[in-house]
Write a protein that binds this ligand. Structure first.
Ligand SMILES: C[S@@+](CC[C@H](N)C(=O)[O-])C[C@H]1O[C@@H](n2cnc3c(N)ncnc32)[C@H](O)[C@@H]1O
Length: 254
């Protein structure tokens, strides 16, 4: 079951590695700027990026850290990260093919841990959080950035539905309450939360994941049939573009 889900993730992301390196949604953003400010202040010796994807967190951390470890399930993603780091003259990024739920690092190996737009794919969300805590030194910043679900069932169901139709490796966008409770259970001490709204342009959103036409049609049908409450919250536009909620939760390893 677990292996099958991880295979689904690599099957979805591997062939799309370059699209994630080039994606403007992933390469830029207020959340990245906020994270960079935290890393620049912390100046870690050894930083970890969990679910590195196109590597945008790894690249920004590499400018402020001694060394950065980029972890991902997808070999193709990691190859793209290594090539992009080399092209940018970033010599301090090492790549590790691994599951976040079973990290190949000793306890307390890192003095900074970050993960962006990945946890909603993890087959074991709480297990991944525990691993993040385990490999962080006591007191080290552990920071998660992700899409979050509104704490209203009507909106939550719509979000999870369109996300799953677009990408069959989607597991769940958690609410802020779910994030906070799970992080505390994992032994992380919460420091603060920031939220933003992120516009997703429909055509590039489905092109990045090469969503099959039948699922694209289903997403459009769901959007067109949605209530005014749903359409208003997600600011659904006539072409299917919409707006989601994103967050950065800062914690330290307890
Ligand atoms: C949307 S991409 C990440 C984007 C990237 N962090 C950024 O900021 O642009 C999600 C990544 O998480 C990885 N991933 C998903 N589940 C994982 C797991 N359990 N362990 C390791 N990597 C995982 C996928 O392979 C994919 O490359």
């Amino acid at each position: 079951m677990t292996k099958a889900h991880d295979s689904l993730v690599t099957g979805q992301f591997g062939p799309r590695a370059n699209a994630y390196v080039e994606s403007a949604v992933h390469a830029r953003g207020e959340d990245l700027a906020a994270l960079e400010a935290v890393v620049a202040n912390a100046k870690p010796t050894r930083a970890l990026d969990l679910g590195s994807g196109g590597g945008h967190v790894a690249y920004l951390m590499a400018r402020h850290a001694g060394k950065v470890a980029a972890v991902d399930l997808s070999a193709e993603m990691l190859t793209a990260v290594a090539q992009t780091a080399q092209a940018r003259g970033l010599k301090n990024i090492e790549i590790h093919r691994a599951s976040v739920e079973r990290l190949p690092f000793a306890d307390a190996s890192f003095d900074f841990v970050a993960s962006r737009y990945s946890a909603h794919h993890w087959h074991d969300f709480e297990g991944g959080l525990r691993e993040a805590r385990r490999v962080a030194k006591k007191g080290a910043p552990v920071i998660f950035l992700d899409v979050f679900a509104p704490g209203v069932a009507l909106l939550d169901t719509h979000l999870q539905s369109v996300e799953l139709l677009r990408d069959t490796s989607h597991v769940r966008n958690y609410t802020l309450a779910e994030w906070s409770a799970a992080m505390v259970r994992a032994g992380l001490s919460l420091q603060g939360v920031r939220t933003w709204r992120l516009d997703l342009e429909f055509e590039s959103w489905i092109a990045r994941m090469r969503t099959p036409e039948v699922f694209v049609a289903a997403i459009r049908a769901l959007q067109n049939g949605a209530s005014e409450d749903v359409r208003a919250h997600f600011a659904v536009k006539p072409d299917g573009s919409f707006t989601i909620d994103t967050m950065m939760i800062e914690a330290v390893a307890g």
